[in-house]
Structure formats: C-alpha cells, structure tokens
Design a protein around this ligand. Sequence first.
Ligand code: FAD
Length: 296
Amino acid sequence: MRIRDLLSNQQTPVFSFEFFPPKTAAGEEALFATIEQLRPLRPSFVSVTYGAGGSTREKTVELVTRIKHDLGLEAMAHLTCVGSSRAQLRSILERLQASGIENVLALRGDPPRDQPRFEPPPDGFRYARELVQFIRSESFDFCLGGACYPEGHIEAPDLETDLDHLSEKVAAGVDFLISQLFFDNEFFYSFVSRARRRGITVPIIPGIMPVTNLSQIERFTQMCGATIPAPLHHRLRAADGDPNAVRQVGIEHALQQCRGLLQHGAPGIHFYTLNQSPATRAILAQLLEEEPWRSS
Ligand code: FAD
C-alpha cells in the first residue's frame, strides 16, 4: 500500500520503524528477530536505509523485498543519489518496482567521510529534488517521501533558504516528508508552521530517536546539526555509565515528545530504531495504550 494512502485514510496515527542493513549474516538474523519483536505493534510501514555512499544498495532492495513479502509488512526503500549514475538509479528503481515495492524515500545522501563537499557523480544528481524529478519523469509509479530538517539542514545557510529548497523538492513530486531527529518539539512545531505558510501541504511525519547511548547521540547530533536540550543532556550525563539508566532517560524523553506531537496533530511517528527493539517497543506500546491523539 502507498504511504500517501495510509496517511490519507488514517483513523489512527501512522507509526513506522526505520532499520539499516546489517553488515553480516548474524546482524541480519538479529535484525529479523528485532522486526519480529516489533511486529505485534502493527507498524504502518517499516523503512530500510541506504548505506552511506550508496554502499548497501543491494541489501536495501533485498531487505525491503523480504520484509514486504515474507513478513507481510509494508516496506519503504531509502534511495540516495550518492555514487550512482542515472542508469544505476534506474536499474535499482526497476528492481524495486519488479519486487512490488511501492514506496521510496528519495534522498541526496551524505558525502563520503573523506570528501567535505557533496560532489554529484558523473551523469548523476546533486540534489534530492533532481532524483524526485527523474523518478516522476520516468514511467515509475512510486509513492515518494522526502527528508526535512526542523533545525535546518547542516549545509543550508539559513532556515528560510532550506525551506525554499524543500518547497522546490516537494513541488517536484514528493508525497510526504519525514523529519530528521530532534529532541525539542518546539523546533518541529515551528518548522511545520513555516512550511505550511510556504504552501507545503504534504503530511510531515516527525522522526524520533530514543536515546540509548550518550556518546552515540552526541556524535549523531554533531553530524546532523540537531540540538540536545540542556536538561536532557544533563540527565543523560548523570546516567552515563549505567546503560539501563541512560535507556530509561531516553525512553521517558521520547515518550514525552511523542505524546506532545500526537496531541498537536502529528500524522504519525517515524522511529529511528538503530535496529534495536526494546526502547521503541516500550514507547509505542505505551502510546497505543494511552492513545494521546484522542485528547487532541
Ligand atoms: P536535499 O533535499 O537535496 O538537500 C541537501 C542540501 O542541499 C540542503 O542543505 C538543501 O537546502 C540544499 N539544496 C537543495 N536544493 C538546492 C538548490 N537548488 N540550490 C542550493 N542548495 C540546495 N542518508 C543516507 O545516506 N541513507 C539513508 O538511508 C538516509 N535516510 C534518511 C532518512 C531521513 C528521514 C532523513 C531525515 C535523512 C536521511 N539520510 C540518509 C540523510 C540525508 O541523506 C542527508 O541529510 C543529506 O545530507 C541530505 O539529503 P536530502 O535528501 O535531504 O537532500
């Protein structure tokens, strides 16, 4: 099913889980065990990332196909422009289509670590907008998602310029947006208001990452330009060294964020799971019990 249809027919919020392709067979087995543990929560869809530098393209196609056909869960493939020519992108899209995949998250991707600026490959694309235009101009019929950044994309000179580019990307044919992780809902609310004022009308799903490891989240936020609010940072530092305590702080904070977002009418929550189930399971199980969207 297309995610835009899930979003327009929704009685309850659209909950989704993001996974990354493991590097080893044991990691892949562990991933499917994680998905099995999360399955009873009946996610609306799950997504599989595309490795940095386009490194996991085969695995991404293989995993979404397996998730959709063997597990019966709706699946979305991430696809990046990095390192791929148009012919290579076309071939991946053809394989996804032939495998019955209906949803693609169209991304630019990050430059490789040793390359400070993004350089488009020969005969490839510089921006996600161009990938969206390409997919729409070929005979593909995917439902397309795009990425957005409540605190601004790290390379953008300012929030307004970033929003100009987002607006162009959506106009090229994006059906819905998923946000970068954030830890202060005010960034998301303000971003959605500014996006709506710009005429961006597609659903915007907030992306939430429950913190389970302090140094990991410090590294991620530095890379993507998201802010860890001082009180949360303080609680995490106080718990550091005790993995259970850190996880508990992360769960409590993410749960609080999700409650607020759903009460404010967010169309769903996209969980960055990092291929782990316990934190996401605890949060979503609690939300399904409380149904905070009913009090909005
Ligand atoms: P774009 O929308 O192309 O934007 C990139 C930058 O270019 C922005 O600063 C934008 O303002 C600027 N820009 C856009 N158009 C123009 C223009 N016309 N002129 C000048 N500047 C312009 N990365 C992966 O490698 N694999 C994944 O699977 C993956 N999944 C992700 C999932 C989500 C939900 C999110 C939020 C991010 C994900 N990323 C992934 C990271 C993403 O690839 C990076 O953040 C990347 O740096 C930007 O990708 P984009 O699609 O947002 O790019």
